[in-house]
Structures are given as structure tokens and as C-alpha cells.
Write a protein that binds this ligand. Sequence first.
Ligand code: G3H
Ligand code: 13P
Ligand code: ZN
Length: 333
Amino acid sequence: MPLIALRQLLDAAADGGYGVGAFNVNNMEQIQAIMEAARETQSPVIVQASRGARSYTNDRFLFHLMAAAAELYPEIPVVLHQDHGNSPETCISAIELGFTSVMMDGSLLEDGKTPADFEHNVRVTREVVEHAHARGVSVEGELGTLGGIEDGVGSGEVHLTDPDQAVEFVERTGIDALAVAIGTSHGAYKFSRPPDGEVLSMNLIEEIHSKLPDTHLVMHGSSSVPKDLVDAINEYGGAMQPTWGVPIEEIQQGIRHGVRKINVDTDLRLAMTGAIRKVFAEEPDEFDPRSYLKPARAAMQRVVAERMVQFGQAGHAPELEAKPLEEMQALYA
Ligand code: G3H
Ligand code: 13P
Ligand code: ZN
């Protein structure tokens, strides 16, 4: 299936000055929602699967669903990306499965929880880069750990990405894209008040970009957690606490300073859950799964399409033709 490499897409995004959303998937409806949003907005897109998603779909379902997506949406350039690979083995198995991009998250040990030291991170990331680039596959690395400020671990500051260390990390690993820790965290509960310069270090992005102008930066934990999506869940029986996510304007500021890949999962989960709760609340006699999965898919499509416009990738699909991975391999060689 003709998937595009992350490196090719992010190089184009850098030339065009736009960002590209990387949306997490776990099932058919989510893949359909993303592909329909991409077609609606004529966007290239990054579809990503976590380790949890790969085990949930038993890999083969995921692979064949993505093959169907590539077949049904031939005009949409799609990257298939491993999100948060915890070890070289995870990344290598993703490459064998046909992913065109992998994240080696060596900021944490293999358990995906314990912060790793710099040398461990360099070692595992370099190992993945050598394996991946020899096959034309792109690699994202991460330096610093997410959730540094409000997760109650340490002082917070020490987990943010250090710009000088970032330069050394990129030089020693040869990665295509660098995920930076600037104070965001995964999930719905990122901030307990609207984030300002105190809790979100957007200035770090500018500093890292000025030192590494040719490295594509990645923002994880970039859901905006819109109030209307949280309210919809609560209106139909949910019990979510007040919470704030990453404002779109902050992401757009990042895009002006080298951010090219923006990871969004939570907003999609919120949209689907609100839509499903609404059907359950309003039509308690309904039991056909399609009656709630269809509105859930449509709600997710709306959020994805909105982000595609906000990140600037909308309209750029027709400009891109996926280079075969052999061509990418030759570029690295
Ligand atoms: O990085 C986290 C993503 O939201 C994926 O989450 O590991 O629950 O699939 P997951
Ligand atoms: P959110 O939880 O903010 O959507 O972040 C997703 C993410 O970073 C996946 O890697
Ligand atoms: Zn992430």
C-alpha cells in the first residue's frame, strides 16, 4: 500500500509553513473518521497507533484496515506511524508490519513509565534510526518527559527539554523529528486552569527551533480538551471534572516555530464518547451498535477536520506524491 514517509511529509510541511495532525486510532470507525476528514479538507495526514492500539487490534486487523484506507482514499497521502515505541523491538516489528514511521520513545525505560537517562535514550534511538533509515522509514525521538509540571513528579522543570541537550541528541541519533517536552501531558486532565506562560513553555520551542532549524519538532499531549466536548459528556450522564487543554493559538504559535507534527488523541475520544452517551441517554431502547457508532464517527470526523484546518494541512494533499521507501532509503544513504 502506498503510504508516505513521515520525513517526506514533514519536509513538505516545513516548506509550506504548516503543521500536520497525528491522530490515534484503535478501530475501523476512527480510521474512517480521519480519512473522511482528510478527503473533506484535502489534507495529508498521520495516522498513529500506540502499543495499546496494536495489541487491541492484534496488528493484522490494523494493517488490513489501513490497507483498505489507502485503497479507498488514493488521493490522500497517509503516514502510518508507531506512537511511543518503548523499545527497538517494538519499532522494528512496526517497520516489518509496514509502518512508514516510528517513534522510539527512549525518554522512558521499556516499562514506558520510568524516566531514562540521556545515554540510554541516545543508544536505543540510534539503534532504531540505523534500522529504520536503511529501509527508508522515518524516526521520531523524544527528549524530556511529558507531564513535567502538573503530574506531581519532581519540580517539573527538570523534565522539560533542554535545548543544548536537544542539539547533541539530534546530532548523535540522526532522527527526523524530535518530540519536545514543554509542559503538556497526555489525557484530559492537563491543566487545572487556562495555561499561560507559567505552565506551558512555548518559549522553549522557539529556543530549540533556533538551535535546530532543520529538525521537525513534535508536540505530544496536544489535545485542546474543548469545553463543549466535556460538557456534552457531562450533559448525558458523564462525570468529568473541569479541565483545560492546549489552546489552539499556542499550537499555531508552535507551528510558526518549527512544530510540524501535533499529536491528538484525547479530543477524539471525548467527541466519540459524548456522541455515544447522547444516543444512550436519548434512545434507551436502541441496541443496534450502528445507531451510536455512526454519530460517534461523525463527531470525531468534525474534530479532525477542524484541527486539519487549524494546523494548516488542509488543501495540501494534492501537492504530495508519496516517494517509494527505496527512494527515502537512498536519500539517507
Ligand atoms: O500517547 C498516548 C496516546 O493517547 C495513546 O494512548 O496508549 O491508551 O493507546 P493509549
Ligand atoms: P492527547 O492526550 O493530548 O490527545 O495527546 C496524545 C498524544 O500525545 C499521543 O502520543
Ligand atoms: Zn504522546
